[in-house]
Design a protein around this ligand. Structure first.
Ligand SMILES: Cc1ncc(COP(=O)(O)O)c(C=O)c1O
Length: 416
């Protein structure tokens, strides 16, 4: 569905009311109202999330899956209810396909260290793309080094779109896994992941999708996408830090050995032999981030109440406005101009170093990210050392974009 069709279908968000749910947005920074345009790095948290975490610690705090006492039962119930919320949110077939981890990084490392280590042999290949975040590069590089395998990299065009023919050609008889982002953190490109999954599956190659930048913006249905693994972080989805999700198809998770050993991941232990717990506990060694999971569940409730269609429509409107406004600024170059984009705007501004752009904007109360965005190989492909990046969420308004443009005029005044 096009963004225009979406907008026609859903009621617009009441952003002023929504902003009242985010206490952190109410403050001033350097004497100016905060304009938070760094949600791709981490999103702000609604009061409902903060309250859910506080309530857990105030009323229910106990360890999960262990005690017979009431508090432990309540904590276990809340933790497992959060897993069910995640299952519904990404439309996984089973709750046991949802593994709680620390974040996207840990989810990808888990797959590399279990699935990867048992499947990849010398001479094999893993395929990623040039747009990956370091967390979807380095774990595969480490695996390939250990196994004598090769990391292949699918290229992109100058707009920041994957060149699908070339990507398809790189999936060969030795490819063991394709791993790519759903949405690029540095450029905002939304990749045609369903088509890519089909390409890989035709050759019987499983696909891992890094959904860190997708879940805050798009409705994700892992069964419709057909992917084998899907990873995301709670803190980019308006939930707390320290919690994330690895979704894996049951058949694959069943076959994979555990990663970390310890409490909860076992079924029985003797000094001679340990047998492992069933899914998903086999992959959740030790006391998990119970409060984090509960907070993530509350974030999912919050986002679901707003509706991802309404969020996508609002953000698309903001993206169009921001793109037009930034293009009016002489000397400003947008980096990442794909047809399908989430609300992320990377840019360069004349000769001004992105770090200086970020510093001057900060003095105006405007928070943007500057640097390589944990995507150094992408920066090399683009021929730049760094960019400035404004990333928008549903709590942003047109005024925030206009403040960014005014801030950039200040940057130009300072740097002539
Ligand atoms: C596309 C993408 N993948 C992975 C990550 C890593 O996420 P985390 O640091 O929460 O593990 C990020 C974080 O910026 C990201 O944007």
């Amino acid at each position: 569905m096009t963004a225009e069709a979406l907008r026609a279908r859903v009621a617009p968000l009441d952003v002023e009311r929504i902003r009242k749910d985010f206490p952190v947005l109410e403050q001033e920074v350097h004497g100016k109202p905060l304009v938070y345009l760094d949600s791709a790095a981490t999103s702000q948290k609604p009061r409902a999330v903060i309250d859910a975490i506080a309530r857990y610690y105030l009323e229910d705090n106990a360890n999960v899956h262990r005690g017979v006492h009431l508090l432990s039962e309540r904590a276990t119930h809340a933790y497992e209810a959060a897993r069910e919320k995640v299952r519904r949110f990404i439309h996984a077939a089973h709750a046991h396909e949802i593994v709680f981890v620390r974040g996207t990084t840990e989810a990808i490392n888990l797959v590399a260290q279990t699935y990867g280590r048992t499947r990849v042999r010398p001479g094999d290949e893993n395929l990623i793309t040039v747009m990956e975040h370091h967390s979807n590069i380095v774990p595969w590089q480490m695996l390939c080094e250990e196994k004598g395998a090769t990391l292949r990299v699918a290229p992109m065009d100058d707009d920041g779109q994957l060149i699908l023919d070339e990507l398809e050609r790189l999936i060969g008889p030795r490819t063991k896994l394709v791993a790519l982002g759903h949405v690029s953190n540095a450029l905002g490109t939304i990749h045609p992941v369903r088509r890519i999954v089909e390409m890989a599956h035709r050759r019987k190659v499983p696909v891992l999708l890094d959904g860190a930048q997708a879940v805050p913006h798009l409705a994700v249905d892992v069964q419709a996408l057909g992917c084998d693994f899907y990873a995301f972080s709670g803190h980019k989805l308006f939930g707390p830090t320290g919690i994330g999700v690895l979704y894996g198809r049951s058949e694959l998770l069943e076959e994979m050995p555990p990663w970390q050993g310890g409490g909860d991941m076992i079924s029985s232990v003797t000094f001679e032999k340990t047998t492992y717990n069933k899914l998903p506990y086999k992959f959740e060694a030790g006391t998990p981030d119970i409060a984090g999971a509960i907070g993530l569940g509350a974030a999912i409730d919050y986002v679901s109440r707003l509706g991802l269609e309404a969020i996508a429509a609002h953000e698309h409107e903001l993206l169009v406005h921001a793109t037009e406004a930034l293009r009016q600024l002489p000397g400003l170059r947008l980096v990442g101009t794909a047809k399908e984009k989430a609300s992320v705007l990377s840019f360069l501004f004349g000769d001004v170093h992105p770090h200086d752009i970020g510093t001057i904007l900060d003095r105006e109360g405007i928070a943007v990210r500057t640097g390589h965005h944990c995507a150094q190989p992408l920066m090399q492909r683009l021929g730049v050392a760094a960019t400035a990046r404004a990333s928008l969420a549903f709590y942003n308004r047109r005024e925030d974009v206009d403040a960014l443009v005014a801030g950039l005029h200040k940057v130009r005044e300072v740097f002539g």
